[in-house]
Design a protein around this ligand. Sequence first.
Ligand SMILES: [Zn+2]
Length: 62
Amino acid sequence: MATNDTGPTRTESKRFLVQCDGCSFEQSANGRDEATEVGTDHRQETGHELVAVELPPSVDSV
Ligand SMILES: [Zn+2]
């Protein structure tokens, strides 16, 4: 058996922007887990509904 890619998980590259539907809360997160954590945290505090938007990997700021 050939093992080519068995390194550590590289799923941290995805970035999400967690936005709230009930207030102006907005926070970026690295990875889906963190986005879920941020959303769950705010939801438990406020009861608001949140949406996680996936951000593009490369951001051109011009
Ligand atoms: Zn909120």
